[in-house]
Write a new protein. Sequence first.
Length: 400
Amino acid sequence: MNLALRDIRHHGSRFLQTCIGLSLLLAVVMGMAGIYRGLVSEAMTILNDTGADIWVVQQDTNGPFAATSRMQEDLKYRVRSLPGVVQASPVSYQNIQMEREGKPFRFFLVGYEPGGMGGPSTLVTGRGIERRHYEMIADLSLGMALGSRLKLGRNEYTIVGLTRNMASSSGDPLVYVSLADAQEIQFKVDNNALRTDRRRVEKGLGAIEGLGNGQQAVLAPVVPTLAGGTHQINALVVKVAAAANPLLVQESIERWGHLRAISDSQQRAILFEGMIAKARKQIGLFAVILLIISAVIISLIIYTMTLDKVKVIATLKLIGAQNRVIVGLILQQSLIMGIAAYLAALVIINLTCDKFPRRVELISSDLQVLFVIVLGICVLASVAGIRKALSIEPAEALGG
């Protein structure tokens, strides 16, 4: 006869209520671990999908994700000419929030050259962008079907392909368009502002001393360019040959004096420290607090159950039961309670993880570590009950 199971059946209602409460606490801990893993995964999504060895951004910035970075698109030709560079593709990134059907509608817009780096590596359905304008690839989490149309700026874009689990570091779904479209959306000013800029440039040329009317007429065609253009990018993503040294390529780019070359590992460190490190500390603190609460609950319940069976334990000692039998009784109850709560929490989090607004990734190694922690908590929580049980005198079995 297993005394632990028999006593659990005797206190079934209390044991069940405790397991339900513990399972909810452990489910929250699992969810926090999954949220942290999801934050890391989302932050690194673009880096993993792009596969760049070097990120070329504006000088003195940590762009394009941690700071504003703007460069001219034609820099790609200079970078491509460097020894060891296999591919250099311009990319554009932009957060967009708009109203759709009366609700806020957010996504992260990625502009890339079709056939170059920076686009989606895999599609769930549909095809890649083939035309220079008005085609779009969106993530399933955007909630739009293949063939749907979305208006951005002055133009409408048709969704020709869909991805899955592609999100920015802020959790917004990724939307891909051609670089030309992204530049127009991000950098093109409205007509009134454009006319104002052109008048300002024309006025400035007219104020230059010694510049005659004839020379002003010659310079007139370049006024639209001086007033601003859309051929700008946020970064260049560079792929280096396997035999080349990425550090030498970085040094060559930075010698130009107006660019910064960031390695893939440096970019990951920037994203991690800037967007994930504090979240990890906060999530970890809450998880520790919840585990401490779980330990206290188990300890109190086991101690209370021990007090309820003082006479039983005294009787066992009176008939000659060894201390290991008493210890085993209490320790088994604690472990059964912890394991049952853990298994229930595992079921709960697996049924609910898809309902979270941001990605929750349940990693088996994290769950295994948590299981070991739960076992340790159960052992520690049973100490108070064991000490009380061992202090009970056999004579108490004969008391009134």
